[in-house]
Write a protein of this length. Structure first.
Length: 277
């Protein structure tokens, strides 16, 4: 009989996480940055497509459910193509705890990947804006794009930080579930449901916000889009660089805490004492 099993046990998943994060820390800077650009673009594609799919739905729960069903395509592309996403790489702290990665290498990876993610997301913002698709449904897509950005920039530091923690717990669980499966379809399903849950819940993802907020700022610069948003009652006062920073800083910190927490718990329970693994 074959010893093949379709899934990896938690201890095996934890070892895969540690080995994967160790490998990521050693990537050449140029490769790390380019893979970061791809990951930022992939997450932006998920954000853009989810907004488009749900822009004509007015019931909040149904709208978020539709967005949650579409958004996971971004992380699926990130994971299956081996690109570099800051939020997933927050789990690298466990490899530091396991003494496989030096803290300086962790910081190098986080900074380079974060900047790459920002560039990738910004490129998609520019290209999507150039297509004119925000004018769909008599500027309805533009209104939703501005509304999402306005809501995010209107969050308090504490709310953005808490949303960042909760988001990245689910994102990192999705990555770990993908590692748990040995099949492509299993990896896709493992990613899908936790990501759907975070979008449905309205939690905060720093790289997704690198698309959502700049896209809203760009849309608000179009007089027709801005007028439609004002008519819909959207407060655009915080749609500027300071508003972006006011969201992205606490969300990023929250993402680090959430990702580190899930990784360290897995490491503590399954790898720290390897005799119990």
């Amino acid at each position: 009989m074959s010893d093949y099993t379709p899934t990896n046990a938690p201890a095996q998943v934890t070892e895969l996480m540690l080995a994967g994060m160790t490998g990521k820390s050693k990537l050449p800077v140029v490769k790390m940055f380019l893979l970061g650009i791809l990951a930022g673009a992939f997450i932006a594609f998920g954000a853009e497509a989810s907004s488009l799919a749900a822009h004509n739905v007015t019931q909040v729960g149904i709208q978020r459910l539709i967005m949650g069903c579409v958004f996971p395509v971004g992380l699926i592309m990130v994971v299956l193509l081996g690109t570099e996403l800051f939020t997933g790489n927050c789990m690298m702290i466990a490899a530091v705890a396991d003494k496989r990665v030096k803290f300086a290498m962790l910081l190098r990876n986080w900074v380079v990947v974060y900047l790459g993610n920002l560039v990738g997301a910004a490129l998609i913002v520019l290209l999507v804006s150039a297509t004119g698709q925000l004018g769909y449904s008599s500027n309805g897509l533009a209104v939703l794009t501005i509304k999402i950005a306005a809501a995010k920039t209107g969050l308090s530091f504490g709310a953005a930080f808490a949303g960042g923690i909760l988001c990245n717990v689910l994102v990192c669980v999705a990555v770990l579930l993908a590692m748990a499966s040995k099949s492509i379809i299993g990896k896709i399903m493992g990613i899908w449901f936790p990501i759907m849950a975070f979008v449905l819940s309205g939690f905060e993802h720093s790289v997704a916000n690198m698309y959502y907020i700049p896209a809203g700022i760009f849309a608000s610069m179009n007089p027709a889009y801005a007028a439609a948003a004002q008519e819909a009652g959207v407060n655009m006062a915080n749609l500027n660089a300071l508003g972006f920073l006011g969201n992205i800083v606490p969300v990023t910190l929250g993402n680090i805490v959430g990702g580190a927490a899930i990784a360290l718990v897995m490491w503590f329970c399954f790898r720290r004492n390897k005799e119990q693994a």
